[in-house]
Design a binder for this molecule. Structure first.
Ligand SMILES: C[S@@+](CC[C@H](N)C(=O)[O-])C[C@H]1O[C@@H](n2cnc3c(N)ncnc32)[C@H](O)[C@@H]1O
Length: 164
């Protein structure tokens, strides 16, 4: 996901629904960027903080126990998602409203409805990857990547998006 998002020095990543923090911690460790995880489950937040500590990235990362629909995400340059298509669709108006043009959005496995991705990447899902394909762990999973800049060129107004 991080490669697909073309994460690089200076990016600010938000993982909405950050689970055990693996995306946030990896972004900080491999790319030296600031990253924030938002999760509604306090147990996941505790795991994520432990994960950050173990990997020596507590200075770069933050985990917030919040509802992702209420979170302040306006500083993001990259947003990662591993939710469900239904949640992605519910999230679209917020992404559109809160994020700066050019922010890259990557969604693991679940698409963004009629927001067309700029690129897709396929790989084998590992059985341990949370929320993947527990009944068919060898099935290939798909990641969706798009930027608000590209979307803005195709969509005439934010209100159009909200009603789709
Ligand atoms: C499939 S896991 C993804 C974990 C992580 N992003 C990853 O890729 O490994 C989805 C996470 O979203 C969280 N979540 C679901 N609904 C949420 C909401 N409304 N606000 C914040 N977190 C939420 C769940 O608690 C869960 O940890």
């Amino acid at each position: 996901m991080l490669k697909l998002a073309n994460v690089h020095k200076g990016d600010i990543l938000f993982d909405l629904g950050s689970g055990d923090g693996r995306i946030v911690v990896t972004a900080a460790k491999q790319f030296g960027i600031r990253a924030t995880g938002i999760d509604i489950n306090p147990v996941r937040i505790a795991e994520a903080n432990e994960n950050a500590q173990k990997n020596g990235v507590t200075g770069l990362v933050q985990f917030r126990n919040e509802d992702l629909f209420e979170a302040d995400i306006k500083d993001a340059s990259v947003v990662t998602l591993y939710l469900l298509t239904s949640l992605n669709l519910k999230l679209r108006p917020k992404l559109w409203h809160d994020l700066k043009p050019g922010t890259r959005i990557v969604s693991q496995t679940f698409d963004m409805g009629d927001w067309e991705p700029e690129s897709r990447k396929w790989w084998k899902a590992t059985p341990s990857f949370c929320g993947g394909f527990p009944r068919a762990p060898r099935r290939r999973s798909e990641a969706w990547r798009g930027t608000l800049g590209a979307l803005a060129r195709r969509i005439s107004s934010p209100s159009e998006l909200v009603t789709r």
